[in-house]
Design a protein around this ligand. Structure first.
Ligand code: NAD
Length: 344
């Protein structure tokens, strides 16, 4: 670590707790915790002996001591807080999805670019060692091509109900699938070209969701074609019947020469003919810690981040195309050349 930074955590929920723990683990100092819910802020502050508790994010960010703002609030608030942080010259670690609309994401990108600060998005899956290993195997042609990638993201209704709200985190297609798409486009080194999806809301009659006016799509089958000709299919659902013991597999990849099964941040089982080899077992590595170390390095050395707002905009463009395909019943083409810009 080149330098120790002072961090303000905005949002003391699940991700706020995770960010605070990881910043401390990475050797930085959490100076303040902010949440509209004072009890949540107090609880998290007590874990890390932080004595500055706030309810107003602006006061937290204006604090001259703060170098980095960790944005851990619901997605609809990311842009407002990140823009304010950039305007105050603060670097940003912002959770994904970048925002709920492309308009908000572009405003965020503009503010970050004008201020010349660094902004990383929380795509921690892309900081695990198994991404390097699977990319290496793909590059050396271990599986041949074209590749067929099978992804599964299946869970019960999320306990954080905002995840199911169209105006909250807008369901798994916007909130969650972006981790997996980014992992695979990085692994194969190619961008999505078009997408076809069918889906709906299968948990609509669940009593715990009754208070939500507009539910997000919670279930879909998605087929995505990459510019390389490789194809990925994903089954995604946050509507599994209560207590069903069906656990999703992270990924399977296969080509004419071989196949592999991946567990998230854990093992890669490589299958070539009748040979079976466990290529990696890395459950002790913490990709989020790698991600925070990367942002701190980029700030200290004035370098662009690997996965920033630009990556977030591309992923949100893909999420919107999936939703468009579900609503139109048509294949939707993607053209990332029109999504220009760079991560900062
Ligand atoms: N990277 C990942 O794997 C991952 C996993 C889960 C969630 N997330 C993302 O992290 C973000 C936060 O999710 P979470 O699960 O921690 O939610 P959460 O509901 O557990 O916590 C959010 C907190 O933000 C607070 N808050 C809301 N508005 C605020 C404001 N204006 N000022 C200060 N505090 C405010 C809430 O009171 C709450 O305590 C979301 O964008 C979500 O998509 C990322």
């Amino acid at each position: 670590m080149d330098k120790s930074f002072n961090v303000a955590i905005i949002g003391a929920g699940k991700m706020g707790r995770s960010h605070a723990r990881t910043w401390v683990q990475a050797g930085h100092i959490v100076r303040s915790i902010t949440d509209l819910n004072e009890a949540a802020a107090r609880q998290l502050a007590s874990v890390h002996n932080v004595n500055k508790l706030l309810t107003d994010y602006k006061a937290a960010i204006e604090d001259k001591e703060i170098d980095i703002v960790s944005v851990c609030v619901p997605a609809g608030m990311h842009a407002e807080i990140a823009i304010f942080a950039a305007q105050q010259g603060k670097h940003i670690m912002c959770e994904k999805p970048v925002a709920l609309t492309l308009e908000a994401a572009h405003a965020m990108e503009d503010a970050v670019s004008r201020a010349g600060v660094r902004c990383a998005l929380g795509f921690q899956l892309n900081y695990g060692k198994n991404l390097d290993i699977i990319s290496g195997l793909i590059k050396e042609g271990a599986f041949g091509n074209p590749l067929m990638i099978q992804l599964e993201l299946i869970k019960e209704v999320r306990p954080n109900l905002a995840m199911h709200n169209k105006f909250g985190n807008n369901g798994p297609i916007v909130d969650c699938a972006c981790h997996d798409w980014l992992f695979w486009e990085t692994a194969i080194g190619s961008k999505p070209k078009n997408v076809f999806a069918r889906g709906g809301i299968i948990a609509k009659n669940r009593p715990e969701l009754a208070g939500i006016k507009e539910l997000a799509i919670d279930t879909a089958s998605i087929v995505l074609e990459f510019e390389s000709g490789d194809v990925a299919s994903m089954n995604v659902s946050w509507g599994l019947a209560k207590n069903t013991k069906l656990f999703s597999r992270f990924a399977r990849v296969r080509g004419p020469e071989g196949a592999a099964e991946l567990e998230k941040n854990e093992t890669i089982k490589q299958l070539l003919g009748d040979r079976e080899e466990i290529v990696s077992a890395e459950s002790n590595l913490d990709p989020r810690l790698n991600m925070f170390n990367h942002l701190a390095d980029c700030i200290a050395n004035n370098m662009p981040v690997r996965y920033g707002i630009r990556t977030g905009i591309e992923q949100l463009t893909l999420s919107m195309a999936i939703l468009e395909s579900i609503s139109s019943g048509k294949v939707v083409d993607l053209d990332y050349k029109t999504v220009q810009g760079a991560n900062r």
